[in-house]
Design a protein around this ligand. Structure first.
Ligand code: GLA
Length: 521
């Protein structure tokens, strides 16, 4: 590092500024999400573990998967969080600091995060609450919670999964709250995914700690999807419906939809069940080589709408009819109801779903939409008769009206803007970020959180179904160095009036020593 670079780095550390993360310093907050407004609907994204295990996780795989996620339409459907799982990302140096594994991640972990953000996606990382991660190839956070969460914030992680291997002598009830405190101290909004596989019964206490918690063992070994194992996770997770809600989700593990070992019917059923359980929709298959059928399943926006419903209710089994299960109790934001008939048996099942099963009075006149055939019938009275093949589902949305609005899906063209300017130049530079809603309602304007630094101003303007965030920096009076801000905004879903997950992005400003430097890019 040159002397100048050292000075710039030192200055930049001093100038690092986080703004707009102001929802609450309230230490008595009942929910973690009351503090940060994050994950008010189940997180959607991709993690490599189910398909790849530790190998070959590296920067190339993550970047190729980002491209595939965008190309396949998954980004437009709402999948957002992506990054390495236990992919030998970092080690700890002699001073105790985490250092990225540059052989696997040549851009560094911050560099990979910048890439992810610039594709309009959010960055996920992985660590462990114990001494080491499960394979022992990476250090765990035990005894280093505050420095490690600070490193994750500096790498600009938006989501962190914290595993539970090598934790002898620790309890989830004390280890995870410490990590929460470390994340809050680090100051970056971050979704916290607890991964103790149900140990310590996190559904009873972790809503004030993190945004989601694993309820089960792993759904599969790397590359070895199994329908039987998935059914075990389903069975355990479905009992916990009372513990889920906006900002606090039961997590029956990443999906295995699209992995070899499952039939098309099983792929569709697993996805439907995860949608009904308001489970995080974290894909675990190889996105680079998906079949058309898998893409269609993973991007079914009407099914995703059930999962991303602002009320955040986890459906439960309300009745069994022979082998068939009737899943309901999932009222949606517009007063409609989601109902799933799942047939885990070996023979076709004929089931009558009554209006009462679906949460309506028995005499109600109803419209029924099949979310896989995308056909609507009605108005009609009485029971709805469905025939469901073995392992298959009927996924229905039932309403008193014939309109079936989709809840918001927020999609940004980028979550990072970068400005380059020169000192004493009186330059004013502008760059925009565009945020679309792929749901069916027009959203109110996003409301910016106060507290932007004096060099940055942001205005939000509507443009059709999108909104533009215009970021204007004013260099006058600034010394050279690196300046950083997090811009945060809130919104409400207009039909229910419920808050949406907070939106935020990074703004970087580099002010160089020489006058007449390049304008913002
Ligand atoms: C645990 C987790 C998995 C994965 C591996 C990595 O088994 O439950 O999801 O993160 O660790 O080793």
């Amino acid at each position: 590092m040159t002397k100048l670079a050292r000075i710039v780095t030192a200055v930049s550390m001093g100038l690092l500024l986080l703004v707009g993360f102001g929802r609450g310093e309230d230490p008595t907050a009942k929910l973690r999400s009351d503090r940060d407004g994050l994950a008010l609907t189940p997180p959607m994204g991709w993690y490599p573990w189910n398909e790849f295990g530790q190998e070959p996780q590296n920067e190339k795989l993550i970047k190729e998967t980002v491209e595939a996620l965008v190309r396949s339409g998954m980004k437009e459907a709402g999948y957002t969080y992506i990054g390495p799982d236990e992919g030998i990302c970092f080690s700890r140096d002699a001073s105790g600091k985490l250092t990225p594994n540059l052989a696997r991640y040549p851009s560094g972990l911050r560099g990979l995060g910048d890439y992810v953000h610039q594709q309009g996606l959010k960055y996920a990382l992985y660590t462990d609450a114990g001494t080491h991660t499960c394979s022992k190839a990476m250090p765990g956070t035990k005894g280093h919670e505050f420095e490690d969460m600070k490193a994750f914030a500096e790498w600009r992680a938006d989501y962190v999964k914290v595993d539970w291997c090598n934790t002898t002598g620790q309890t989830p009830q004390t280890a995870y709250p410490k990590l929460r405190d470390a994340q809050l101290a680090a100051g970056r909004p971050i979704v916290f995914s607890l991964c103790s596989w149900g140990q310590g019964q996190p559904w009873k206490w972790a809503a004030s700690v993190g945004h989601l918690w694993r309820t089960t063992e792993d759904i599969c070994g790397p590359g070895k999807a199994s329908w039987t194992a998935a059914m075990k996770n389903l069975e355990a997770n479905q009992k916990l419906s009372a513990s889920a809600g906006p900002g606090h989700w039961n997590d029956p593990d990443m999906m295995i939809t699209g992995m070899s070992g499952l039939s098309e019917v099983q792929n569709r059923s697993l996805f439907s069940l995860w949608c009904m359980m308001a489970s995080p929709l974290i894909a675990g298959n190889d996105l680079r080589s998906m079949t058309e059928s898998t893409i269609k399943i993973l991007t079914n926006r009407e099914a995703i709408g059930i999962n991303q419903d602002p009320l955040g209710i986890q459906a439960r089994i309300v009745r069994k009819d022979g082998a068939a299960e009737i899943w309901a109790g999932k009222r949606l934001f517009d007063g409609s109801q989601a109902v799933l008939v799942f047939n885990p048996g070996e023979a076709p099942a004929q089931v009558q779903v009554t209006p009462g099963d679906a949460g309506f009075e028995e005499s109600a006149s109803l419209y029924v939409r099949d979310l896989w055939t995308q056909q609507t019938s009605g108005p009609r009275a009485g029971s709805i008769r469905v025939t469901v093949a073995p392992n298959d589902v009927a996924l229905l949305r039932i309403s008193k009206t014939s309109s079936f609005p989709l809840p918001p899906i927020t999609v940004a063209d980028s979550y990072r803007v970068v400005f380059h300017a020169s000192v004493n130049s009186a330059q004013k530079l502008t760059q925009a970020i565009t945020v679309k809603n792929n749901g069916s309602s027009e959203l109110p304007l996003w409301a910016l959180s106060p507290g932007l630094p004096s060099w940055l101003s942001v205005t939000v303007t509507p443009s059709g179904r999108a909104q533009t965030f215009s970021n204007k920096v004013s260099v006058a009076g600034l010394g050279r160095g690196h300046y950083h801000a997090v811009v945060k905004a809130d919104n409400r879903e207009p039909i229910s009036g419920l808050p949406m997950s907070a939106l935020y992005y990074d703004v970087d400003l580099d002010v160089s020593g020489a006058a007449g430097g390049p304008a913002g890019n």
